[in-house]
Structures are given as C-alpha cells and as structure tokens.
Design a protein around this ligand. Structure first.
Ligand code: 4NP
Length: 146
C-alpha cells in the first residue's frame, strides 16, 4: 500500500487489508514515496477512524518505498497518479511495473481513480478515505482467497 507520506492513506489501507486477510498467507505493508515523515506514527485522524472500526494502526511507523519492495511484494497498490508515476519510475523491468496498480481499480477497473489526499482537510475526508479503502480491500481479499 503506497501513498505520499505513509501517514494518512496507506496506513489505513494496510490496517484494513490486514484485518481481512489470513496473516499466515498474506503479508501486508505500507510505504510512502516521500521521506517527510519517516519513523512517525500515522496521522491521529487516520488512527481515530480506524479505531472507530475496531482496527488499531497506532503502532505502524512511516517508511519510504524502496526498490527492493518490487522483489518483496506481488502487488503494489497506489493511491493516486503521483504515487503511480513515482513508484513506476523506480521499476527496472516490465514485470515490476505490472505489479503497480491504482487501488481503486479494484472497484472501478481501468478508471485510475484516486484516493483523495485527506491531509489538509477535516475528519470527513478521512471517513471517506476509509470507506473507499474498505471496499477496495474487500475486493483484494476476495482475489487473494481464490
Ligand atoms: P498521505 O497524506 O500521502 O496519505 O500520507 C499526506 C501526508 C503528508 C503530506 C501530504 C500527504 N505532507 O505534505 O506532509
């Protein structure tokens, strides 16, 4: 799960998907393309909305996406076009590029819709992001369970 800062959207996506999958079979992690918030916990508004749904993301710590993530992960879900461009620019093979997709394409294939960055807005933005990611993660979980 990749966003810009790894403090708002991707920590939610990580927490939501982790709550759905079998942890023995599926390893989920998140990262940011930027290094602004390295080592910090998620934004308190993300922590709050996750907690309202029974998910604790407070122990996550921000890290930056790294080239070796292409080897570690089978799927790399990005939140928006800038994340997509940044991650794809680090890929060195077609196989690596193909691992990268917009997470909302799990709901609306091929539209490349973006999960809006809620950082500068209010709590409603975080609720909206949570709901979008919850539906997308249901779809990812179904795909992984087949
Ligand atoms: P995120 O949100 O990419 O969903 O973690 C942001 C967090 C921080 C900043 C921008 C977006 N920032 O500019 O510091």
């Amino acid at each position: 799960m990749v966003c810009l800062g790894n403090i708002c959207r991707s920590p939610l996506a990580e927490g939501i998907l982790k709550a759905k999958v079998d942890p023995v079979k599926v390893y989920v992690d998140s990262a940011g393309t930027a290094a602004y918030h390295l080592g910090k916990g998620p934004d308190e508004r993300s922590v709050k909305v996750a907690k309202e749904h029974g998910i604790d993301i407070s122990l996550q710590r921000a890290r930056q996406f790294k080239v070796s993530d292409f080897k570690t992960f089978d799927y790399i879900f990005v939140m928006d076009q800038a994340n997509f461009d940044n991650v794809v620019s680090l890929a060195s093979t077609e196989k690596e590029k193909k691992k990268v997709s917009f997470i909302l394409n799990e709901i609306t294939p091929e539209l490349n819709s973006e999960v809006p960055d809620p950082y500068y807005g209010g709590e409603d933005g975080f609720k909206n992001v949570y709901d979008m990611l919850d539906i997308a993660c249901d779809s990812i979980n179904k795909k992984l369970s087949i």
